[in-house]
Structure formats: C-alpha cells, structure tokens
Design a protein around this ligand. Structure first.
Ligand SMILES: [Zn+2]
Length: 116
C-alpha cells in the first residue's frame, strides 16, 4: 500500500483531471456524487437552478450540516417511531443519515486521492 498510488479524478463537465483538492468540488444530485473543477461547477450551476440549492459536499457548510444530521439521525434512531410520527419520521431519518454518508463517500471516492 503506497501513498503515491493515487487514483486520478476527472471532472464530469470537461473530462480533464482535477489535480488539487482546492480545485475539487463534489456535488450531490439525485443521490449520486459528481466531481467538478471549481470553475466548471460555477459554469454548470449557472444554467441549472437545481444545482445551486445544493451546497458542495466537500464544503464546510455541508460538513457541519452532516455532523448535525448524523447526531440527530442517531438520536432519532433510538426513539420508537410510533411515538413521534411513524413512517414520515423514518423517511426523515434516512435523509438525515444519508447526508453524513454522502460526506464520507465524497472523501473516500475523491478527496483522499488528492493530497494538495
Ligand atoms: Zn472541469
């Protein structure tokens, strides 16, 4: 296991390699993760308003949101759902736990391969 054995990350917009962590922007849409150059994402998000509402998965805002979502999700997991709203609560629980999962996946799939 060598640290230099990095997988290359390519931008889904321009297909060029993303060489730096600071130029990487991971977007979550329709439950899948996509990697963009920071500039490419800006270009893409201009045309599609769906993308703008999603903060980048590898950004600070999403990281904090997922920490809170994880804590809240874990608490909800141990509360009997019948007492607090049944199946609607389960859906909320799934979404809450999906956020930290997306955050960790982004790191696992993309960020750990870029060390600068
Ligand atoms: Zn690009």
């Amino acid at each position: 296991m060598s640290a230099s054995h990095h997988q290359r990350i390519y931008c889904v917009h321009c297909n060029a390699e993303i060489e730096s962590r600071y130029d990487l922007l991971v977007s979550l849409s329709f439950f899948s993760l996509s990697a963009y150059h920071t500039s490419c994402y800006a270009e893409v998000s201009k045309g599609q308003s769906i993308f703008i509402s999603n903060s980048p998965v590898n950004g600070a805002e999403f990281s904090w949101t997922s920490v809170f979502a994880f804590l809240l999700g874990m608490i909800l997991l141990f509360i009997p759902k019948g007492e607090i709203g049944g199946s609607g609560m389960w859906s909320l629980n799934v979404i809450l736990l999906l956020l930290p999962f997306a955050r960790v996946s982004s790191w696992y799939i993309y960020e750990r391969h870029l060390d600068k």
